[in-house]
Design a binder for this molecule. Structure first.
Ligand code: PGA
Length: 253
């Protein structure tokens, strides 16, 4: 196994979420004490919900303020406005932002509604905005069964920037099952995503994976040589990356 990635195996996702939320809270509080922003890279999907629940609990019960947080989400479906209940902007509002005191003007999700000829410009601005914010302190990632991080489907080079991508058939199927009430025709066929290169510039990366459905791809990402055919395997090149996984996702290591 490549020894640059630290693998932390938890008995269950709740315990993983508790520890990661505490680390995020410590960053936010340390930055607040210095009068500075904490810059979080955030993910959507079923995986991070448990983490967002814990962050909301820390806000409501332990006084954690998000006033000094700037956030950048990984990706958005192309063609869905933020008001659509399957858009990632809508997901972030309902799963996290609406429940804490974050300033929504400082929360960034790629815009899935820009006209086709403006996508490149919007993507370049997204990368520039991350740089202007000082870079991402902690990037949270899920992983798809294709090995995608963000919506970077294989094959994907390590140096890609924020860009538009076609979604893989397996991803479309997984997303239809999980989020689109099984209506496969309603899943958009493309998305805008931070590139792998953009993700790798984050100071720290925490990839989450729960359940035995992720065990094969977790193994491949950690143990196979980094390659375009498994975008998550590029994380082996990062010097501060943690895989926080439950026992079922760790079963094949
Ligand atoms: P999931 O998706 O959290 O719904 O499993 C992860 C991903 O596709 O990145």
């Amino acid at each position: 196994m490549n020894n640059k990635i630290v693998v932390k195996v938890y008995p269950d996702k709740e315990q993983a979420a508790k520890e990661i939320a505490a680390e995020i809270a410590a960053l936010i509080r340390a930055r607040a004490a210095e009068g500075r922003e904490a810059v979080l890279g955030l993910a959507t999907g079923s995986t991070p919900i448990v983490l967002y629940k814990e962050l909301i609990r820390l806000h409501k019960e332990e006084g954690l303020s998000f006033k000094n947080v700037t956030s950048f989400n990984l990706d958005e479906y192309y063609g869905l406005p933020g008001t659509h209940d399957q858009s990632y902007r809508y997901f972030m509002n309902t799963e996290l932002f609406d429940h804490v005191d974050i300033d929504k003007a400082k929360t960034h999700v790629p815009d899935g509604t820009v006209p086709a000829d403006k996508v490149g410009e919007m993507c370049a601005k997204y990368d520039a905005d991350i740089k202007a914010a000082g870079g991402i302190d902690i990037q949270i990632l899920g992983i798809g069964r294709t090995g995608h991080i963000g919506f970077n489907e294989p094959p994907c080079a390590a140096d890609t920037r924020t860009h538009q991508v076609k979604l893989n058939e397996l991803t479309i199927k997984d997303n239809a099952r999980l989020f689109f009430h099984d209506k496969i025709d309603e899943v958009p066929t493309s998305a805008v995503t931070m590139g792998v290169g953009t993700i790798l510039e984050s100071r720290k990366i925490i990839l989450l994976a729960w359940g035995d459905g992720k065990a094969d791809i977790v193994r491949k990402s950690l143990m196979d040589a980094p390659s375009e055919m498994c975008p998550a395997s590029w994380l082996q090149k990062h010097s501060d990356c943690v895989f926080a996984i439950d026992a079922a996702a760790a079963a094949r290591l």
